[in-house]
Design a protein around this ligand. Structure first.
Ligand code: EPU
Length: 304
């Protein structure tokens, strides 16, 4: 176990990231760690830095494309940081709590607002980091603040305003600082009303997106005033494929792994889309998903 010999119950070696990403791709990482509390997290960070091992933070891997590797990284998975509680109109939740679980609990408690995020997969940490959302609002609308830890420092509270949440972006992207837990404020509402709204949002999503397919949600951000899905569609790219990576017929801003796609297939398809949309419309699409590559791969693919 190298630097983590005494932490065998929370560390796996050579763990394939394909098991931990919604695309179902990604090569093995040297150490996959699932800390249960702040002290373990601190030890993992300290030792990783001591060994010169790059650290990356993962929620449910719903918005991340991990390259085929192998990778000499430490991946810290937040999923065991999964406590949550209710205080009046507030909910405090650990970074690893599944967002759908929180949506369901808020509804049962008669706390409205979170149903806007129905059908969005992922964890609290991931949702805050990328300010997840859609046409019904984004996490920023409900976030009061978060407990975060900067490298080498003790965790501290930051108000939502300090967290730099914008369109699919925040200061906590990439685990620096590490988001430990987040607090949200909701409205009082009847579970029945919340349930009605949730069902209509989910139905709308199912009608327009490949829900349940192996994807990472929208691949590109919407350019100002337009929709990436519309542009990709109009460029004639629905159904375009590289290996088993395919542009969804239902929503062109989704790439779906139809079976045995590799990260290289998905990256090649991303490049093809970028080029075609640039040639056709003169628009430079920006990635919404996070791509994890090594230095060498970065040179090969020309992206971070
Ligand atoms: N459109 C097409 N073809 C397509 C897809 C969309 O012509 O293949 C058109 C639609 O008809 C519509 C317009 O493009 O006129 C916008 O499409 P849509 O309403 O589906 O919304 P979107 O802008 O593509 C955004 C978020 C989604 C979120 C939906 C619904 C981004 C990049 N995407 O999509 O978020 O679910 O609104 O709220 O902000 C995600 O972040 O992973 C994601 C899926």
């Amino acid at each position: 176990m190298g630097p983590f010999a005494d932490l065998a119950d929370i560390v796996s070696r050579d763990e394939p990231m394909a098991r931990h990403t919604s695309f179902g791709v990604g090569g093995p990482v040297s150490y996959f760690v699932e800390p249960r509390h702040w002290r373990e997290l601190q030890v993992v960070y300290r030792r990783s830095w001591g060994e010169g091992l790059p650290v990356r933070v993962l929620g449910r891997g719903c918005n991340t494309l991990v390259s085929d590797g192998p990778h000499r990284w430490v991946v810290i998975a937040t999923r065991r940081l999964r406590w949550f509680r209710r205080r009046g109109r507030r909910i405090d939740a650990g970074a690893g709590v599944d967002l759908p679980r929180l949506v369901a609990s808020a509804e049962a408690w008669g706390m409205g607002g979170f149903e806007s995020f129905a059908g969005i997969p992922g964890t609290v940490g991931g949702a805050v980091a990328m300010n997840a959302g859609g046409r019904h609002g984004s996490i920023a609308d409900r976030l009061v603040g978060a407990v975060v830890a900067f490298p080498g420092e003790a965790p501290r509270w930051m108000d939502a305003g300090e967290l730099g949440l914008g369109y699919r972006v925040s200061r906590v992207v990439g685990g620096r600082p590490f988001l430990f837990s987040a607090s949200f404020e909701l409205d009082r509402a009847s579970p029945r009303r919340i349930g009605q709204r949730r069902r209509s949002i989910v139905a709308q999503k199912r009608a327009t997106q490949p829900v349940g397919a192996r994807s990472a949600g929208c691949v590109f951000k919407n350019p100002p005033g337009d929709s990436a899905g519309r542009l990709i569609d109009k460029a004639g790219l629905k159904g375009a494929r590289v290996g088993d990576a395919v542009v969804s017929h239902k929503h062109a801003n989704f790439i779906v792994n139809r079976g045995e796609a590799t990260a290289a297939d998905i990256l090649a398809l991303i490049e093809l889309i970028e080029e075609r949309v640039r040639e056709t419309f003169g628009v430079r699409l920006e990635l919404e998903i996070e791509v994890w590559t090594d230095d060498e791969e970065r040179r090969r693919y020309g992206r971070a």
